[in-house]
Ligand binder design. Structure first.
Ligand code: FAD
Length: 564
């Protein structure tokens, strides 16, 4: 028996495990379905991130069902399956979102502890800002006073400059009314174009495994088991009239014997937005009719389990550019790649420290946009954003392989305040296969409209004078996106995901008639279980999601450690 069992060693799980274990007083067992991250070079070298997913050993390789608004295409909704979870395979961009996200969460849950005013203290506890790998002068690229210098996770500004950097900054001056510069979005004020801060320290990826878990995993009070997929919560009794689940059943894989483990205090589910609701359903917690259709006996009826998924949809736009400054050549020339690797191994500098993106920008639709005649504004507040532009100085496209020749730049358009929520995740009859996932991307008029506007914005961005001597032409179908109908067809053909699913075990107010956990992360209607991961965010924040998950997990750890 352990004091706590943490299920899933990802962003949230490793924060909770490390914080509960750090004073040595509590015993903690971490159960991770995937493998160890030790010795996986691509999980350390920032520019190799795109090689880690999909269709690898490090990815669950779950695919979405054919998406009716995307020409019935199916694709992988990647998530990490190794220590560190998705933080060991993600693209490392690291920020926390809009202050409005946290204030909105406080309103939804009736818990003022979620407000930005309270939550910003966790930024300093979590992060340790360090110089970029190339040691360049970062004056004017971020605001030091907003950052932690003694936290757990090293992060930095870009450590390798790319051809688009100066042109992007020039555009924020030339087209400043639409695309202003924002020095540091850690303020909670997120609108504008900013230098990316990444979970990279000393030229290497900072995952939750190399930081939080590494700080405690050799202690006597912590055990970490890999290849241990939890298949079910085990009921251990009834407390205060509620079923208590202080046990778990786990197995290494199909056909392997199941084992059990028990907690004196609590089981903490941190298996992520797809893993957590799957475990709940397999334990008889979910929609009665759906569970019955899989011959699972309902223990706690809760129709919110596995519903309400929201995710950021992603649509890459590529341009053909002049010269050989882009990074495309590096990926085509094995000897150049080998030299870059030698440089990285020698002193953690050079192109391989590049985290794939040096700038991102966040924007709102104008308040008089025609879509607001029929749809109310779904963003978390008046200074939050509706869409994002993500800038890469090479070909970056999840659904189209890189062309054999030429130099490229990519601006991905991402839909940030999605309204598509008809997500259904079905519990499969057997615990070990992947769940069926149907996020219904672009199923609403607002989502189609906003992504279309985000493509137009990317085209306007590249029309500024700074690009005249660099861009040769839009690539492929982008060149013929002249009308709204053209852009919609283009979006149906190429949109996929930026891997930010949340909401499938949503947090709500204690007495709400919906939701899966209370504001203190306790599973509604149960004893002995909390859920701490991306699944509890009731809406997708204005950010790439690891930062908001890290902050949420830091607060969870303080709440769990409080005497009840
Ligand atoms: P995860 O970090 O996914 O951790 C869940 C863990 O639980 C995993 O280790 C998993 O293997 C384990 N698990 C699941 N089921 C079970 C089970 N039954 N038993 C035991 N263990 C289980 N965010 C950013 O902010 N910036 C980015 O640049 C970025 N890029 C991304 C790129 C990719 C390819 C992906 C996949 C994600 C990206 N994200 C990014 C998203 C971010 O990484 C996630 O939002 C965040 O890691 C979610 O944290 P989590 O703790 O909820 O889940």
């Amino acid at each position: 028996k352990y004091d706590y069992i943490v299920v899933g060693a990802g962003a949230a799980g490793n924060v909770v495990a490390a914080r509960l274990a750090e004073n040595g007083a509590s015993t903690v067992l971490v159960l991770e379905a995937g493998i160890s991250d030790e010795g996986i070079l691509a999980a350390q070298v920032p520019l190799l991130a795109p090689t880690l997913t999909p269709n690898t050993l490090y990815d669950w390789n779950s695919t979405v069902v054919p998406q009716s608004n995307l020409n019935n295409r199916t694709f992988t909704l990647s998530r990490g399956r190794l220590l560190g979870g998705s933080t060991s395979v993600n693209y490392m961009s690291h920020h926390y979102g809009s202050s409005e996200d946290y204030d909105c969460l406080a309103r939804i849950t009736g818990d003022s502890g979620w407000s930005w005013n309270n939550m910003k203290q966790y930024v300093k506890r979590h992060e340790k800002i360090v110089p970029p790998a190339d040691g360049h002068n970062t004056t004017g690229q971020y605001t030091p006073s907003l950052h932690g210098t003694n936290g757990v996770l090293p992060k930095s500004l870009p450590g390798y400059s790319v051809a688009t950097d100066s042109r992007i900054i020039a555009t924020t001056r030339e087209l400043s009314s639409e695309f202003p510069f924002n020095q540091d979005i850690t303020s909670g004020n997120v609108l504008g174009v900013t230098w990316v801060q990444s979970a990279i320290g000393g030229g290497k990826r900072s995952s939750s495994s190399t930081t939080y878990l590494a700080s405690v995993k050799d202690r006597k009070n912590v055990d970490v088991l890999v290849n241990a997929q939890v298949t079910k919560l085990l009921r251990t009794g009834t407390v205060g009239g509620k079923p208590s689940f202080k046990g778990v059943q786990y197995a290494a894989g199909p056909g392997s014997p199941t084992q059990t483990a028990y907690a004196r205090e609590e089981v903490i589910l941190s298996a992520g937005s797809l893993g957590t609701p799957q475990i709940l359903m397999l334990s008889g917690i979910g929609d009665k009719d759906e569970l019955a259709s899989h011959y699972i006996t309902t223990v706690i009826e809760n129709t919110s389990v596995g519903k309400n998924l929201s995710d950021h949809a992603l649509l890459p736009n590529n341009w053909i550019v002049q010269g050989t400054e882009s990074l495309d050549g590096l990926f085509r020339d094995q000897s150049a790649l080998n030299s870059a690797l030698v440089q990285w191994q020698a002193n953690k500098t050079g192109p391989l420290v590049h985290g794939t993106v040096n700038h991102i920008g966040f924007f709102r639709l104008p308040s008089d946009a025609p879509i607001f005649e029929t749809t109310s504004d779904p963003s978390s507040g008046p200074t939050a954003f509706h869409y994002e532009l993500i800038f890469s100085s090479y070909w970056l496209h999840p659904t189209l392989p890189s062309p054999a020749n030429g130099s490229y730049m990519t601006i991905c358009s991402a839909l940030i305040s999605p309204t598509s929520r008809k997500f259904q995740m079905m519990a499969p009859p057997s615990p070990l296969p992947n769940p069926l996932i149907n996020p219904q991307y672009l199923s609403t008029a607002f989502d189609k409209y906003t992504l279309r506007e985000a493509v137009k914005a990317a085209k306007r961005f590249t029309s500024g004078p700074a690009w005249a001597d660099y861009i040769l032409a839009p690539y492929g179908d982008l060149a013929s996106t002249n009308t709204d109908a053209d852009i919609d067809a283009y979006a149906r053909k190429y949109t996929s995901t930026i891997f930010h699913p949340v909401g499938t075990a949503a947090m709500s107010a204690k007495d709400a008639g919906w939701g899966v956990v209370d504001p203190d992360f306790r599973l509604k209607g149960a004893d002995g279980v909390r859920i701490v991961d991306a699944s509890v965010w009731p809406f997708v924040p204005n950010a790439h999601t690891q930062g908001p998950v890290y902050l949420l997990a830091e607060r969870a750890a303080s709440i769990i450690a409080e005497p009840s």
